[in-house]
Design a protein around this ligand. Structure first.
Ligand SMILES: [Ca+2]
Ligand SMILES: [Ca+2]
Ligand SMILES: [Ca+2]
Length: 636
């Protein structure tokens, strides 16, 4: 690509020289268009025997008007050639023979003025035994903001300024790789990394409070086929993924198909006139998607409106855009061996696109995990986007998972004393709205929201209960780096502070016990213990939920397998939360004395006359394993 770019620069120089001569001589103008030039090919490579059997190439360059494209090899066949009105983008389909050999290929592009080469490659597929492993209910996901976790390579620290919360801080792939022992100690089994597409290096300027701002967060792609130079190289990324896989840690890529960064070359010269939607400000009236009664103009504002002028909104209704983005996703999976995808701001794209995107991924990788960010405090709206059933619009998105933001918010409210304990049960009562509640992704917190310890009335006990609840309820849990050491942090970017100890010059290393305060160590051990507990009995990961007792202070529920009626699989696990400052005693009727305490938490259980009396200490949680001989217990 670099070589091709050099050619373009050279060509620009020649054009300027031509212009100079035609002005000077005022005659013999060079009216013939220059020869075609190739600057970038997307995708640059593909794989034989892929479920997408006809790849659509997008070639950026110049002078493609009336271009003909020919394949130099019989294994690759070209069809469906299209050139945009300016002649600087060329589209064509390539069908790849199933027995096409791995290696370099090329296509010849010719016009009346000359010809050039489009380079391409058929790559060897990655090992399916170690890559593309489905994220399941057995996993615990850990969100890492790449720039803010650990700096393992100072050579990529361009314009790093750790004093500025909106500047690059230097974290990278090698830094994360160096902290794999810490991740293993904590016990998580998957990491979600914030977007690693190449973003602009320069800070944006505007009159908004968040400017100047760099793209350290990764949400403004300027190249969908390259990694961010601040994070490392494609090789560094592959090495991180391989090292994670060797250590039993899966990788989730953060993808952003809704919009690109303002500095993307498409912004000035889009491949097609309708590549982006025309600028209108999105008013974020999100519920118009859920309501069958919304007007088309309301829905258009939500799907086509831009987040702001710096984030051009891609038009997925244009088939070329949709195809480009679906191929881009499949390219990242096959090229890097990732195990899952988190799709940013998914509800701002047409549901037909979400369906086509999900279906294409699942066609190639039937058990692949994709989770959509539907940032809504409304279970009905998040459930609307999970695949497995059709909505009022007759569309099944096929999307395996969505984040459960309503449960996250409610748990934070309950464990900071803002809402009664029973509010959690009142969220979970909507579980039936989801096509598959067990596949929903629960979140402890994320990089867009205040850290638990910075919420009003937050206490360490509250943070511990919140984390315990997220690791005992249904779904696939996702933790946020730093919460396990009770980090503080208010609104963005305060909630994205560096992980102390990950950066050269840090005086304290919180990746080690020695660097943590007593409270931080308490939270770390607690989180570790609850991850371990979750993994101890698969019923916590996969069982259904049965409410046993709930009031303003206490919520007791069991997680159990049962296929039907009396066919209950033992042991069950019972969780008892007491969020109040008062001791409580709750009595459960049981048929056996075999009632084992898994985690103490200071709580006691006494068994007598087929009754289990749970003594719940103030602000506590206990987990109990239950092995009855026949029937289950009832509450008194
Ligand atoms: Ca670095
Ligand atoms: Ca960059
Ligand atoms: Ca959109």
């Amino acid at each position: 690509m670099e070589k091709a770019f050099f050619c373009l620069l050279l060509w620009l120089t020649i054009i300027n020289a031509n212009a100079f001569f035609s002005l000077a001589a005022e005659s013999s103008a060079v009216d013939q268009q220059p020869a075609p030039q190739v600057e970038k090919v997307e995708p640059p490579n593909w794989w034989a025997n892929h479920s997408i059997d006809s790849i659509r190439l997008l070639v950026r360059g110049a002078n493609f008007q009336n271009a003909k494209v020919a394949s130099a090899n019989k294994s690759l066949k070209v069809s469906n050639i299209k050139v945009n009105s300016r002649g600087d983008y060329l589209f064509f389909d390539v069908s790849i023979a199933k027995d096409a050999k791995n290696g370099k290929y090329e296509f010849q592009v010719s016009t009346a003025s000359g010809k050039t080469i489009v380079p391409f490659e058929i790559s060897a597929p990655l090992d399916t035994k170690t890559n593309f492993q489905p994220i399941t209910n057995d996993d615990v996901i850990y969100l890492i903001m790449i720039d803010r976790f650990a700096n393992g390579d100072s050579s990529n620290d361009k314009d790093v300024d750790r004093q500025n919360p909106r500047a690059w801080h230097g974290g990278d792939f090698r830094g994360i790789k160096s902290k794999i022992p810490y991740l293993k100690e904590l016990g998580i089994t998957a990491i979600w990394l914030t977007p690693w597409y190449d973003n602009a290096d320069e800070a944006t300027t505007c009159d908004k409070p968040w400017c100047p701002m760099t793209s350290y967060h990764g949400y403004g792609a300027t190249d969908y086929y390259a990694v961010e130079n601040h994070f490392g190289t494609m090789k560094d990324l592959r090495e991180l993924i391989e090292a994670c896989h060797q250590n039993g840690i899966k990788i989730i890529q953060d993808q952003v198909a809704n919009h690109v960064g303002f500095k993307h070359v498409w912004m000035k010269n889009p491949p097609l006139e309708n590549w982006f939607t025309p600028f209108t400000q999105n008013t974020f009236n999100n519920s118009v998607l859920l309501s069958p009664n919304a007007s088309q103009s309301e829905r258009d504002n939500l799907l086509k409106g831009w987040f702001d002028f710096s984030l051009p909104d891609l038009n997925q209704d244009e088939p070329e855009v949709s195809k480009y983005e679906i191929q881009n996703t499949l390219w990242w999976i096959a090229a890097t061996g990732i195990d899952g995808i988190r799709q940013d701001t998914i509800q701002y794209m047409p549901r037909t696109f979400i369906r086509d995107w999900s279906s294409a991924i699942l066609k190639q990788y039937p058990k692949f995990y994709m989770v959509g960010e539907v940032f809504e405090r409304d279970s009905a709206q998040t459930a609307f986007f999970q695949g497995g059933k059709t909505g009022w619009d007759k569309i099944d998105t096929n999307l395996p998972s969505v984040f459960d933001f309503k449960l996250w918010e409610t748990s934070q409210e309950v464990f900071t004393g803002k809402k009664p304990m029973r509010a959690l049960r009142d969220v979970l009562k909507y579980d039936g709205l989801y096509a598959d509640i067990s596949r929903v992704t629960t979140l402890q917190n994320n990089h867009d929201t205040d850290r638990f310890m910075s919420l009003p009335n937050a206490t360490l006990e509250g943070a511990m209960l919140h984390t315990a609840f997220m690791l005992s309820t249904r779904g696939i849990p996702q933790l946020y780096a730093g919460e396990e050491i009770a980090m503080k942090g208010g609104h963005d970017p305060d909630n994205r502070q560096d992980f102390a100890g990950g950066f050269a010059g840090d005086k304290i290393d919180k990746f080690t016990k020695a660097g943590r305060t007593a409270d931080e160590q308490k939270m770390f051990e607690w989180t570790k213990e609850w991850i371990k507990l979750r993994q101890y009995n698969s019923v916590i990961e996969r069982g259904r939920t049965i409410d046993l007792f709930y009031d303003n202070d206490v919520y007791i529920f069991e997680r159990r397998y049962d296929s039907s009626g009396s066919n209950v699989v033992f042991p069950l696990v019972v969780f008892a939360f007491n969020s109040s400052k008062n001791k409580r005693e709750i009595s459960l009727k049981i048929n056996t004395s075999d009632f084992e305490i898994l985690i103490e938490g200071g709580n006691k259980v006494s068994i007598a006359d087929n009754k289990a009396s749970l003594i719940l200490e103030p602000q506590s949680v206990s987990a109990y394993e239950y092995h009855p001989n026949d029937n289950i217990y009832t509450l008194e």
